[in-house]
Design a binder for this molecule. Sequence first.
Ligand code: F0G
Length: 456
Amino acid sequence: ELPFAESWKIKMVEPIRKSTREEREQWIKEAHYNVFQLRAEHVYIDLLTDSGTGSMSDRQWAGMMLGDESYAGASSFFNLKNMISRLTGFDYVIPTHQGRAAENVLFSYLVKEGDIVPGNSHFDTTKGHIEGRKAIAWDVTIDEAKDTQLEVPFKGNLDPKKLEKVLAEHADKIPFIIVTVTNNTAGGQPVSMKNIKEVRAIADKYGKRVLFDSARFAENAYFIKTREEGYQDKTIKEIVKEMFDNADGMTMSAKKDAIVNMGGFIATRHQDWFEGAKGFCVQFEGYLTYGGMNGRDMNALAIGLDENTEFDNLETRIKQVEYLAKRLDEFGIPYQRPAGGHALFIDAPKVLTHVPKEEFPAQTLTVELYLEAGIRGCEIGYILADRDPVTRENRFGGLDLLRLAIPRRVYTNNHMDVIAVALKNVYDRREQITRGFQITWEAPLMRHFTVQLERA
Ligand code: F0G
């Protein structure tokens, strides 16, 4: 049998540059030890996010040239709407400029003060849009997700018992349930079809609707196909349709699985959600047939959705993440197992055992990896968790991870080797790293983007 290789070849390249350790010491200090504040040109391999950082295909670029920039009723909007309806079965589509904008528009209609929105590890902007409305993002992720070394296939699942309990006790305060596919915060972990159907059944029992936070829905479908009994012979598009058959609507950050640099949307089967949300689209985003996107971007988005719901494209992507995971296994570096769809999440407190949680181990590891090789990962941990909205205490209850997010169709496995060896070098000197960081300035919500730190 021949070895595995990518299902595409490269038609356009962008140079990247290395730097010296002295330069990086200076740059990260100027950035207040927050990698979001670094200049991208000071980064060699950028694993900050897989969001908006993918490479578009030749078909997507061709679609850009055919964009219809009419203010209202552009053909590009209908290309997008038709593709979404074909994949999901949802007839009502509201474009927005990205995922959090979709949350803002829909939640402006759906979420009220005092509400409770249960879900599996709400993403930070999702949590922000709930808590910013003085409502509660109630986490019902399975407990297994918290044990990074436990190897279970669908670690992104919702716990049906936790969900049932919050519904039984607070049904009147719950506007809808969120299912995040894949579960980014828990490590890019998928949700099984079985779990999706269980959630649907519980929601139906209490007369509640289910919203998918769909940023990585295609990667989730890949895992259902490759890991769940009974789905091996189904196409990705068939699995995607079956997933959405169990939802009432979706918010989408198209910057991930639609492989565009900017874009998002809301889609739903319910006219009342559409009618309720559309005014907020006009107010915050733009008219209903562009919602903050260019016509050309809607064309590229529609084509990206089509391409990335094909098995070969997804297989190339996930196998690269698995390749990096295998390299880390060689060195014994602990990450959230099994490897996630879009990223590897290093279990920082297991690496930097001498750095106390109050000094943010994952942030410390993020800075160390940057200093080592100019590789920019991202803290998904205690800083990102923000403070408890009531007590204002740091939230140390979750995981403290360094995320290495792999952009789609961007880096080669040679880059993966550089990442693995750089991380090993840090790992080899982990006993010498005893101090972390303390916060000198932070925003009240979503503080990780702008937080300023100094060495503790
Ligand atoms: N939902 C999930 C699951 C996400 O991962 C993101 C973004 C959003 C919603 C918001 O979408 O960025 O288009 O406004 N995640 C990025 C990340 C930022 O790096 O994981 P957006």
